[in-house]
Structure formats: C-alpha cells, structure tokens
Design a protein around this ligand. Structure first.
Ligand code: FAD
Ligand code: NAP
Ligand code: SF4
Length: 656
C-alpha cells in the first residue's frame, strides 16, 4: 500500500485515528504499507505544524500506529518527506530560490551548512522511525519535493558542490541514502522513491534517472519505488482519465538495470492489472494507495478469489486528494468509512428489530442505503424505474475516461446479491403501491430531474437535454452549444469531442493518452515530455456559463484543470459571462460580456443543473409512513456521488 497523505497524520489524538486506518488495511491483507509523508524537520513541513518526526515524543505517538499494524500481522514503513519549495509555509527552503507556480512563497536558498544538517535530519528521522517500531522508511525522492529539487537543473541552479554537474546534483540524495542506512541499521527496510518521469521542463534525462537508481542501490536501498510527475506538471498522472497501468513502461525500462526489487505505481487498481504487470516483467512489486482507501480488504478478497467483491477505486480524487488539497481529512467517494475507521467499525452488529424497508431509486444513494441496510439484517426492497441499477452513473460511465464508473456498479450489484437486497427493476413505484406493501420505512432516493432554463425557444427541435445525448443516444450535429458548464456540461463536451479510437483496447488507450498529453515514451527530452498532439474533434463545440470568470471553477481541484486543458486542446470555445436570449432556426442568440452574438449551431444541449424529485414524499408522509430523503431527492444543489453514497451509508449507520 503506497504512501498517501490523509490528514490523519496531523490529528492531535496521539495518531489513534491513523492507527485504526492502517490497522484496517493490515487486517485486510496489505503486505507492506507506507505512511503519508512525515517531515524530518520543521522546514520540511508540508503545511504549518504538519506531521514531523524529529523527537522522541513524536516517536512515542507513532508507536500507536506501528503496534496496531503489527497486532494485525502487517508491516509498515514511514515515508520521510521534505517538502522543499512545495511547503505551504513561509519558512520553506530549496536548493535555489526558484518559486513554484503552484506555491504562494519563494523558497530560501539552503546554505551548505543547512544542507548537511538536513541530511542528518533525514537520518535521525529514520532512526526515530525504527525506535517507533516501523519496519522501514521510504525516502521521498520524487514528485518535485526537496530531494527531487536537488536532482534537476529546473530547480537546482547552484554552482557549489551541491549543484551544477549531475554528480553534484545527486550528492544530496546519495548522502541521505547512505546516512539513513548507517543510522537505521542494515536490517531495516529503506525504500527510495526515484522520480522516473518528472513531466516538467528541465527535469532529468533517462540516463540520469538510471544512474541515480544504480547509485541509490549501491548506497544501500532495499527497494526502489516509482515516482511519476511533479505536482506542478500539467499532465494528469493518477486521475480517472489516465488509463490503467499507463506508466508501467517507465518502471520496466529500469528493470534490467538494478538488482533490488522494483515497484510499479500509478493507476493500478485491480488485482488483475497488478498480476498482468508482474507476469509481464514490468516490476517486482506493485504499489497502490487509493485502492486501499476504497477497499481496505482489497488483498484478502483478491487472495480468496473474490475480486468481484472489491470496491474499486474509480480514480475520481473527489474525496481523497481534493479533500487533502483543501486541508480536510481524506475519505473515499465509494467508501465513506475510509479514514473514519475509529468512528465506524465495519460492519456493525445487526439492529435489534428487523424492519421491512423500501428504497426507491437505485442510483448511488439508493444503492448505498439498500446494501448497507440489508447488511444490518433488514428486509430491503430496492426499486428502480429503469432496467438497470446505477441511476445517473449509467450516463457517467459512458463518458470517455470515466469507464471506471462501471466498477462501482459491478460492486453494488455484487453487494445486492451478497447482502440479500430484493431488487425490483423496471418498477416505477408510486405512493399507493408503497403504502399497500406495508413498509415500515421508505427511503426516497429518487434523484433529480434536469432543470429546464426559461429561454425563448427552449422547445425548439434542436434543443436536447444531456439525457437525450448520453442516455438515449439521440443524434447530435457538428456544431453544438452547451448551456451550463458544471460537471455534466464538461462531461458532455468531452463526450461530443472525443476522437474515435480504432480498437478501443487498453494499449491503444494508453498510446492515445501519451500522445494527447505529450508524454515522451522515447525519453528524448529532459523530464520525459514533448509537445502534445493536437486532437481532431468530430465537432465544433461552445461550452457556456452565465457566471463571469474562469469556466468550470467549481470542478474538482485536482482534476478541473485537466478537463479544461482537454477541451482547449480539442478546440472547444469556453465562454463565461453569457446571457441567453433565444433559440431558433438560426441557432442560439446570446450576449457575451454584453456583446450580441449568434451561434449558428445544429444543436443546443441543456446542462443547466438539476432539481430534486420528491414527488412521493407528501403522500407517503400523509399516510403516516416514516420517510427518509437522500441524495438528489434530498437536495440537488452541489449534489455529487460522494454526497449521495455517504447519505445512504449514514442513514443505515444511524440505525434509528
Ligand atoms: P440518481 O443517480 O439520479 O438516481 C435516482 C434513481 O431513482 C434513478 O435510477 C431513477 O430511475 C430512480 N427513480 C426515480 N423515481 C422513481 C420511482 N418512482 N420508482 C422507481 N425508481 C425511481 N458525480 C460525481 O460525484 N462524480 C462524477 O464524476 C460524476 N459524473 C457525472 C457524469 C454525468 C454525465 C452525470 C449525469 C452525473 C455525474 N455525476 C457525478 C453525478 C452523480 O451521478 C449524481 O450525483 C448521483 O447519481 C446522484 O445519485 P442519486 O442516487 O441521488 O440519484
Ligand atoms: P452544476 O455543477 O450545478 O452546473 C450547472 C450549470 O448550469 C452551471 O454551469 C450553471 O452556471 C448553469 N445554470 C444553472 N442554472 C441555470 C439556468 N437557469 N439557466 C442556464 N444555466 C444555468 O450541475 P451539473 O453540471 O448538472 O452536475 C450535477 C452534479 O453532478 C454536480 O454537483 C456535479 O458536481 C456532479 N458532477 C460531477 C462531475 C465531476 O467530474 N466531478 C461530473 C459531472 C457531474 P451558470 O449559472 O453560471 O450559467
Ligand atoms: Fe479512489 Fe475516488 Fe475513493 Fe479517492 S475518492 S480513493 S480516487 S474512489
């Protein structure tokens, strides 16, 4: 289980929530786990008062983590991470005073004395980690943090013994590696994370990556882990549009060059993909981080041949990375228990009284409520008007780059079967039916209806809803205006502009992704990047919003920029400060920044948000039935699957 910062590292609870989180993953069979980044000193903090291990007092708290993991038969390494110029505090340091465009602060240049002291701090932190009971440490040498800042000309402009030539630039990591090994002892695991692809200008050449890895092995590392992409890189490296295993090729390139175990990472989220990479000789080990948030029992299920029961990480980042970037604790969209293990022991004991409960709507909210209520022993009947479970996820899964959403539906289908939910598809139910069936409680998860904006000509035949396009497959012309640039507007734009791939196979998807984002698999340029290939879109599309400012500003922090770049590369016109006037045979008439325009489009697709569907609430309550509203039926504003699934889960968890 690879390193991932969750925010639990910063809790002032003697790391008990962190201990419960890792204990659950150890119990679920993860072989070797690595904590989120822990700084070796104050300057290395990611954020003010962030996680750090530089004293015996701090080490004592980590004992709670290591003993909880060992009690469950697991093993755990602590990652030592010095943020360098990525630190979100004003005392940040770096080899040279070069500010990162994603940081508000310019770093202080490290003096040679400070460099030597920092190396000792890494070694001291490793020794303390050993004292705290860790089985090893991982030295974070990638993702653009301090060590990586030393190794490349982009951020190392020094002319002394720590900069200039390659030998000088890698002196810092090699000294750290040697001193960590010396201080922590021979029988201690030391993983070194090499930045195999920086994905930024003036990063490493392939020869430099290779030479660094060989030197790190010689300096005493136990294993080498793969690091991909600096945080400031403008290439998505783990988001859902990145095909599975898209970076295994770079790990494989190093395979013949080193003798110690080599670990592959990034967008490996199923046991089958992991096995495929191991069998194909891409790596000796596979590291996954988010998949263990999504399912702590990932390994146990895989080992027992029950991989169809794994709750798969869909790489959405919505509840993990997006939370961490907002300085909130991480959790998981598909598993609301994640990082709250101390609150919700899974699964809880059955309720004293079994009840007959109807859940109306098999979208994410209803699926979550029904499967969790049934797991607690209730008689649960799940109804959906449609012929398949999933609600709006059945549209989401059709968006190119979102095929992972199929996995969530596969998981829920399995849980319906396993937990004994009685599923009634093609069954649009009304209040009279539910009253007649004598349900003790009814959960309304009936979702939403799309909002129809009041625009003259909204009934014109060229107007389509996103449901017409994504669900009903209605034909769409070559020139299209999309009204509304929320999550769905963006997805519709991606759907309408996606180039057709010939085979639809995994290898083609990976090759397309490399070309689309300018990933230089020949490694002819520093940093492994080249110019992205211009995409040819089958349509000309305008994506419109009324609000002024950046388009799609409310999209996820870690993925919104990638969606915008994708559409820009496909020539989509993204306009804000728009007022809609009318739709007629000539097209869509509007003003942009007050200036009148007519878009001569074939179709106008409406993605103007949603309103709750609560039509069953009143008659059921009037009949004295206890009704719960969850998901879109409760509130459509700011609705997403994270909220829908969590509300279903919490309803069952409350147990009232
Ligand atoms: P819904 O998914 O709308 O499900 C409601 C269900 O109730 C439907 O299946 C309907 O048939 C059924 N129903 C209604 N009335 C009755 C009745 N009387 N009897 C029987 N059945 C009934 N969210 C994210 O978090 N991340 C994303 O990346 C994302 N991408 C999306 C992409 C697209 C294209 C779309 C359309 C949505 C996306 N969403 C995404 C939003 C997400 O899918 C919704 O927030 C979520 O589906 C809401 O869940 P829900 O269960 O409340 O409602
Ligand atoms: P949304 O994000 O609320 O966006 C609705 C859009 O419609 C906005 O751009 C809004 O912008 C516009 N709009 C609202 N009222 C309008 C009106 N009366 N006339 C014209 N335009 C109007 O909702 P959504 O796109 O329907 O998505 C629904 C939910 O699914 C959202 O919560 C979203 O987060 C989630 N989702 C998430 C993703 C993801 O990738 N994370 C993807 C898809 C959906 P203006 O008011 O500025 O015009
Ligand atoms: Fe994976 Fe999304 Fe869960 Fe993060 S929130 S672990 S990306 S499914």
């Amino acid at each position: 289980m690879g390193s991932m910062h969750t925010g639990l590292e910063e809790h002032k609870d003697d790391l008990k929530a962190l201990a419960a989180y890792f204990a659950a993953r150890a119990r679920g069979g993860a072989g070797l786990m690595v904590t989120g980044g822990i700084a070796p000193n104050r300057q290395g903090w990611l954020t003010p008062f962030g996680a750090k291990l530089s004293s015996r007092d701090e080490a004592a708290k980590h004992r709670n983590v290591t003993s909880a993991v060992h009690d469950e038969g697991g093993q755990i390494c602590m990652q030592i991470l010095h943020a360098g110029r990525y630190a979100m505090h004003p005392f940040l340091v770096a080899p040279s005073p070069v500010r990162a465009h994603i940081s508000p602060f310019k770093p202080w240049e490290m003096s040679p004395r400070l460099i030597r002291a920092t190396i000792q701090d890494f070694a001291a932190s490793a020794a303390l980690a050993r004292e705290a009971g860790y089985d090893g440490v991982e030295i974070m040498g990638s993702e653009g943090y301090l060590i990586n800042q030393f190794t490349v000309p982009r951020t190392n402009r020094r002319q002394d013994e720590w900069g200039g030539s390659f030998e000088n630039r890698i002196r810092f990591p090699l000294e750290i590696m040697k001193q960590v090994r010396q201080k922590a002892g021979k029988d201690f695991i030391v993983i070194y994370r090499v930045s195999m692809l920086d994905l930024v200008d003036d990063g490493s050449t392939w020869d430099e990556v290779e030479q660094l890895a060989i030197a790190i092995e010689a300096a005493g590392a136990t294993m080498i882990n793969t690091g991909i992409g600096w945080h400031e890189a403008r290439i998505p490296t783990i988001a859902t549009m990145v095909p599975r295993g898209a970076y295994a090729w770079v790990t494989k390139r190093l395979k013949e060059k080193i003798g110690i175990p080599l670990i592959a990472t990034n967008r490996i989220n199923t046991p089958e993909k992991a096995e495929e990479l191991l069998r194909g000789g891409f790596a000796d080990m596979v590291s996954m981080a988010r998949p263990f948030l999504a399912d702590p029992d990932f390994m146990a299920k895989a080992q027992a041949g029950r991989s169809d029961e794994i709750n798969t990480c869909i790489a959405c980042n919505q509840a993990c990375l997006d939370h961490v970037f907002k300085r909130k604790d991480a959790s998981c969209l598909v598993n609301p228990r994640a990082c709250k293990e101390i609150l919700y022991a899974a699964p809880t004991a059955p309720l004293p009284k079994k009840q007959k409960i109807a859940v109306v709507g098999a979208g994410p909210a209803g699926l979550s409520a029904a499967t969790e209520l049934a797991a607690k022993g209730h008689e649960v009947h799940l109804y959906d008007a449609s012929g398949e479970i999933g609600g709006q996820f059945n549209m989401a899964k059709r968006i190119p780059g979102k095929s992972e959403f199929y996995e969530t539906l596969r998981y829920f289908a399995k849980m319906i079967e396993k937990n004994g939910v009685q599923l009634h598809l093609n069954s649009r139910v009304d209040a009279a039916y539910l009253i007649n069936q004598k349900f003790e409680q009814v959960v309304l998860a009936t979702g939403i209806t799309p909002r129809t904006p009041q625009i003259e000509g909204i009934d014109h035949p060229k107007v389509l809803s996103y449901i017409d396009v994504l669900q009903d497959g209605k034909p769409v012309g070559e020139k299209v205006a999309i009204i509304g640039a929320g999550g769905i507007g963006f997805d519709v734009a991606i759907f309408l502009t996606a180039p057709k791939l010939a085979s639809g196979g995994d290898l083609e998807a990976i090759a397309h992704y490399h070309h689309e984002w300018g990933i230089d698999t020949g490694y002819t340029h520093r940093g492994g990047i080249t110019a992205p290939e211009k995409e040819t879109s089958p349509r000309q599309v305008w994506l419109l919003q009324r609000t002024k400012g950046k388009i799609g500003d409310r999209l996820g922090k870690t993925t919104g920029w990638a969606h915008r770049l994708t559409l820009k590369n496909r020539g989509v016109q993204m306009w804000s400060d728009v007022q809609y006037q009318r739709i007629d045979d000539a097209g869509l008439h509007l003003t942009v920044g007050g200036e009148s325009r007519t878009l001569a489009v074939d179709n106008v697709v409406i993605c103007a948000g949603q309103v709750p569907d609560r039509s069953l609430l009143e008659p059921l309550e009037a009949a004295g039935i206890r009704v719960h509203l969850i998901g879109g039926a409760k509130e459509a504003g700011e609705l997403d699957a994270k909220r829908a699934i969590e509300e279903g889960f919490l309803l069952a968890e409350r147990g009232d």
